[in-house]
Design a protein around this ligand. Structure first.
Ligand code: ADP
Length: 203
């Protein structure tokens, strides 16, 4: 069976974790081996880097390089082996998030991230990217209700509007890979849309 690399994207509170759970159950019920993972993180090294990036103020280039370090380890240790074994890899955030947060949100020049992406995984892109497009104030209200906010979640609404706009720009550039879903609707409605997308793209 061919491996399938599906990434979930959107601003904090858009519903990615909620829908990763749903997709994992859905593919497992269909008899597929599912690897559920996240970035930054997904490996012991990557989770240590995640703590650093989420909890410590740092220079934005240092932040970007750490995220790609975690990504390199994640691809080596988890993503590539799982895809080679024919698994469905469900990944909460990937390189689109770096363009959205570090370029859109923090102003890192896009060519820098393009170069790092080419170096880290030039030959590998997600088969399908689900973008949960959500109004920043709705997402913020969900995050506040969920738990104590990390360094990214504490950014202001204008930051998340920039991140959201950058995600949508990426989706327009790559309409074949991206599916944009309205993350502001109820969980049941979003899941119904996910089903339609999966039926269309995966069968
Ligand atoms: P993310 O992983 O994108 O940060 P989560 O999946 O953790 O977002 O969702 C944040 C919070 O909002 C969770 O408490 C979740 O139950 C809730 N939530 C997610 N999607 C919806 C939705 N469509 N409607 C209402 N609440 C939602």
């Amino acid at each position: 069976m061919t491996g399938l690399f599906i990434t979930l994207e959107g601003i904090d509170g858009a519903g990615k974790s909620t829908h990763v759970d749903y997709l994992a159950h859905r593919f497992a019920a269909a008899g597929r081996t599912v690897v559920r993972t996240r970035e930054p993180g997904g490996t012991a090294v990557g989770e240590r880097i995640r703590e650093l990036v989420l909890d410590h103020a740092m220079d934005v280039l240092a932040e970007t390089l750490l995220i790609f370090s975690a990504r390199a380890q994640h691809l080596h240790e988890v993503v590539r082996p799982a895809l080679a074994a024919g698994s469905v890899v469900l990944c909460d955030r990937f390189t689109d998030a770096t363009f959205a947060y570090q370029c859109g949100g923090r102003g890192v020049p896009e060519p820098s991230v393009e170069a790092l992406a080419a170096l880290t995984h030039g030959d590998l892109a997600p088969d399908l990217t689900l973008l949960f497009d959500t109004d920043a104030s709705i997402a913020r209200a969900r995050v506040v209700a969920r738990s104590a906010a990390d360094r990214f979640e504490r950014e202001d609404l204008a930051f998340f509007e920039r991140v959201r706009a950058r995600y949508l720009a990426q989706a327009r550039r790559e309409p074949g890979r991206f599916c944009v879903l309205d993350g502001g609707r109820s969980i049941a409605e979003v899941q119904a849309s996910i089903e339609r997308v999966i039926a269309r793209h995966v069968g």
